[in-house]
Design a protein around this ligand. Structure first.
Ligand code: CP3
Length: 353
């Protein structure tokens, strides 16, 4: 198989030379786009949109029709995995995700099993194949999953949380039970990501959105080793091409060296760290993805361009090894024109420098 016509994203991750810095945005298909809201309305709900491969394909392509992005990301959610494990995912309007059956009882935790991706998550593997056909080798498709720790937070709390009371109580009183959930979830995520790769995902990203809520010691025990286990068991090559992996721990700036050690090809950075400093710490071992503050997109075009150039300048000359992105998902309140300014600035400025 050949690389996509535009392979700058893959080249940057694999540290091959590129003629400009590639860019894509976390949550690039989302509520800031009126066409997304329209398709979501036709689907009936966010979850029905995720579970319909053709509609998921349609919204995956929407940001690429508007902007000159260098990668597509599968439209789905990290919580499809716990849903397939039987926890009963639903979304309460304006309240975010919820589980009907959060994990609290020891016997339920003992019974937890790894779902078969081609059965319970068939709508995702079918969606990946459909998106690949629709992309027709234009840009690479990124597959993704949540980290075991981040998924476990939702599985135990049953909803979004700021305190993580139930997870942390279990962590400090019954670490054996938490390790059991994490081990099963790591196995589920590995099988799920490998099924996405077999179905056509050309790179994969692990979202550890809540790893940064842990102490350094707890991160080293409860989040990092499970991501390491996943990365070690991912299919490394498919159709004759390397399939790079990216690990994103939000709030993980203090632990970059340890993250670089787990064998991933790229590290996703949130906006709290200077990307130049991150590069000096780990840049030769892994590629870096990030890290503009998503709130910059609320500012006028001149400020967006200036802040975008600041990130590119900070990463420094030699555009390879950098995938431009936001430091977290794009806000639903983002003006769509702001994204155009960002993408154009990344391409034009990185070509010059
Ligand atoms: O990047 C992309 O475009 C791919 C799609 C994607 C979504 N969620 C779509 C989505 C990805 C990669 C995710 C990952 C995800 N989901 C994470 C990790 C990244 C992060 O943000 O930290 C997490 C923690 C979730 C769980 C989740 N899903 C929450 C907390 C919410 C509610 C927040 C909100 O914005 O309402 C969701 C819903 C969700 N996932 C939306 C989208 C586009 C909005 C749903 C809608 O259309 O109403």
């Amino acid at each position: 198989m050949t690389r996509p016509t535009n392979d700058t994203f893959l080249r940057a991750l694999l540290k091959e030379p590129t003629d400009r810095t590639p860019v894509w945005l976390m949550r690039q298909a989302g509520r800031y786009l009126p066409e997304y809201c329209e398709t979501r309305r036709r689907a009936g709900s966010f979850l029905q949109l995720c579970k319909n491969p053709s509609l998921a394909c349609e919204v995956t392509l929407q940001p690429l029709a508007r902007y000159d992005l260098d990668a597509a990301i599968l439209f789905s959610d990290i919580l499809t995995v716990p849903d397939a494990m039987g926890l009963g995912l639903y979304f309460e309007e304006g309240e975010g995700p919820r589980f009907e059956r959060p994990l609290r009882e020891e016997w339920v935790i003992r019974d937890l099993a790894v779902p078969e991706p081609y059965d319970h998550l068939r709508y995702v593997t079918d969606g990946v194949a459909e998106i690949r056909r629709a992309l027709a080798n234009s840009v690479p498709l990124i597959g993704f999953a949540g980290s075991p720790f981040t998924l476990t937070c939702y599985m135990i709390e049953g909803a979004s949380s700021s305190e993580f009371r139930h997870v942390k109580t279990m962590l400090y009183t019954r670490p054996d039970l938490l390790h059991r959930i994490l081990a099963v979830t790591a196995e589920a995520v590995t099988a799920y990501l490998n099924a996405q790769i077999e179905s056509g995902a050309q790179a994969v990203m692990i979202f550890d959105s809540w790893g940064g809520a842990l102490s350094a010691a707890a991160y080293r025990e409860f989040s990092l080793p499970y991501m390491q286990r996943i990365v070690a068991n991912l299919i490394r090559e498919h159709d004759g091409e390397r399939v790079p992996s990216i690990v994103f721990t939000k709030g993980g700036g203090l632990w970059l060296e340890s993250i670089a050690d787990i064998g991933c090809d790229g590290i996703g950075l949130d906006w709290t760290i200077d990307i130049g400093e991150a590069r000096r710490r780990v840049g030769e071992r892994v590629a870096l993805q990030g890290n503009l503050d998503p709130a910059v997109l609320f500012a006028p075009p001149e400020s967006i361009a200036a802040e975008t150039k600041r990130v590119l300048d900070s990463f420094g000359p030699g555009s390879t090894g950098h995938v431009f992105n936001l430091g977290h998902g794009i806000s639903q309140h983002t003006p769509p024109e702001s994204v155009d300014v960002l993408v154009r600035t990344v391409h034009e400025y990185s070509k010059k420098s």
